[in-house]
Every structure is written in C-alpha cells, then in structure tokens.
Design a protein around this ligand. Sequence first.
Ligand code: CP3
Length: 358
Amino acid sequence: MSALSANHPLLDGRTSDAPLIRAYRGERQPSPPVWFMRQAGRSLPEYRELREGVAMLDSCLDPEMASEITLQPVRRHGVDAAIFFSDIVIPLKLSGVAVDIVPGRGPVLESPVRDAADVRALRSHTLEPDALAPVEAGVRRTVEQLGTTPLIGFAGAPFTLAAYLVEGGPSKDHLRARAMMRADPESWRALMEWTADVTGAFLRAQLQAGASAAQLFDSWAGSLSPHDYEESVLWASRRALDHVRDLEVPLVHFGVGTGEILPAMLSAGVDAVGVDWRTPLDEASRRLGGSTTVQGNLDPAILSAPWPIVESAVLDVVDRGRAAPAHVFNLGHGVPADADPSVLTRIVELLHSGAARS
Ligand code: CP3
C-alpha cells in the first residue's frame, strides 16, 4: 500500500496511465512525452505580466500565483506535464535561512556557511511541517485544474543547495564548497545531512499534496569528480530521496555536466535519469546499462536557430532516445529567458504529430 491518500491523482486513476508516468516507469510510448525544464518563467509574456512587482520567492509562496504560473506553459504549449512553480531554495527560506533570489543572478545568502560554527548555526534552523502549507496549497490547487496531466514535484539535491549555502551565491566552480568537502569532512557531512532532510521534506509535501512524479535537480554536481561525488555527495542525495520512496511515485535524477557520473546518479535509486546536452542519449543509455528511462536532451542553444535546424535536432534526440527502454523529451537544461516560446510550442506539436516515433 502506498502512503499516498486514495484521492491522489496517481491512485484514483487520473494520471496513472499518462504517457509521462508510463515512460518514467519504463514503458515506451508511441512518441516521447515532452516537458521543458523552466517551462514556466521569463520566456512567457503572461508570466512576466503576472510577476510584475512581485519578488520571486514571494510568488512561489502565493498558492494562487504559483498555481497559475505552473499552468501557463501547459495551456500555451500543450506539454505532457506541469512542473510546480517554486524554487530549490524555498525549503531553506521556510527553515528561516535568509536567502533571496536576485534577478539575472540567482540565489544569494545573507550569511554564507563557511565553517563548523556556521554549520552548527544552520542546523539550529528547522523546517516546521506547518511552514510547507503554502507549497501544499499551491500543489492542491494546481492538481485540481490539471485533470489527467501529471504534475512533477521537484527539489534541489543536497550538493547543489550546499553549493549555494557555502558560496553564498552563484559560482562557476563551487571551489569553496568543494574545499569544505575535502578540508572539513565532518562539517560537510553535517551540512549535507541537514540539507538532505529539508529538501526531502519539501519534496514529500509536493507529492503528498498531489504531484505524480518527482525530479531531484543536482544542477551543479558536474563540478565534482566521480570519486568525490560517490564518496561525499551520493549518500546525501539518497537520503533526500529516502523521504519519498514509500510513496512509490516515479523519481527522476538530473544534473548538468554529469556525463561521467550518470551510473552513480542512477544508483541513488531512481526510475529515470535526466541528461544534459553534452552526452548523446544513446551514449547516456549505454552508460546507464540500457535498462533505464532517459530524459532530455535538446541543446537549449538550438532554440534560437531557424526551424529546419531545430526540427532535425529534435528528430536526432528522439532517434538516439530509442536506445533506451523509454524516453521523455526535454531540453538539456532550462529554457533560456530569451527563448521564443512559439518554438517550444512547435516542438511539442512535432512530437505529438507522430512524425518522431520513439
Ligand atoms: O518551470 C520550471 O522549471 C519550474 C520552476 C523552477 C524554478 N526554479 C523557477 C525559477 C525550477 C524547477 C527551479 C529549480 C532551480 N532553481 C534550479 C535547478 C534547475 C536548474 O536550472 O538547474 C536552480 C539551480 C535554481 C536556482 C535559481 N533560481 C537560479 C539559478 C535562478 C535564475 C536566476 C536568474 O534570474 O537568472 C533562479 C530564479 C528562478 N527560479 C526563476 C524561475 C522562473 C527566474 C526568476 C525570475 O523570473 O526572475
């Protein structure tokens, strides 16, 4: 018996047969189901209008606004899944950590976590179950309106969150985070443990409120060597996912620049692995052992090319995706803010037309 309530969309039949859910469970679909990372956001004029004058994290915690933004790309593009509009730093904020999102830059921490005392101070913050109420309300509202289209819940993986916590903001190489990992393994472990538990709770709240699948974003794991990933990071991603395993929803693990650690990411215990644009899907599937659903991986840079170039790149991704048991089409990372949304709609139409049989 799953720990989901009986009226959850996966249990009452609304989404259990959706192409996305079937593909995540390893069942090849006539053509690959499609959604786009960052499908909600600045590429959409209706998003920019709604967000006008509202801070990013405030919009995430307004259930009505978060729900409306989540639905916008589903209405516009006809994608096969919604992804809940929120952010990976929301569980930090809800734990009382002073964090903000600076437009054009990303998450910025008031007090970076640099040493053992900082980690102890961080661990004194707790994520009270009540604090997640706005997230749950946003998900419930969204799922009511989605009908048979599944909602994907998500969370940041502990390493990606720790990278922001230690650096204090976005960084190219995450040098300070990797330095703490090597120089002070005890503090690193304590930091990763706390982070795994708050991000796991955030993910669980979305799933229990009605999301039908979950994606763990380890966006910056590509800056780690396979050895460091396996020794110092993988256990914490497993721990975050342990918060939701009993719910038996499909789990997806994604990162950028992770070609060398795809098998390790699979070993975190997931149903599908998201692949960035650097590793062709046939090669990714080979590295994953050939029995796992792959998700990806059109290069976001191609979106600005003339349509015939986009079309042949989409068909090439679908062709390579045939090497895996099942494929969910996506970009290799998020939709760029300046992407032309009509190109995304056209990609969905192409995939749904059956021209790209998977
Ligand atoms: O449509 C969706 O994909 C759902 C919403 C979503 C957002 N953030 C909304 C958002 C998701 C899944 C995320 C996850 C997220 N947030 C990740 C992992 C995914 C990835 O892109 O690798 C990361 C690393 C973050 C941290 C973060 N938040 C960054 C780097 C930024 C961009 C800063 C900027 O302005 O360029 C944000 C802000 C953010 N999160 C925006 C959106 C729509 C832009 C906010 C705006 O409109 O100003």
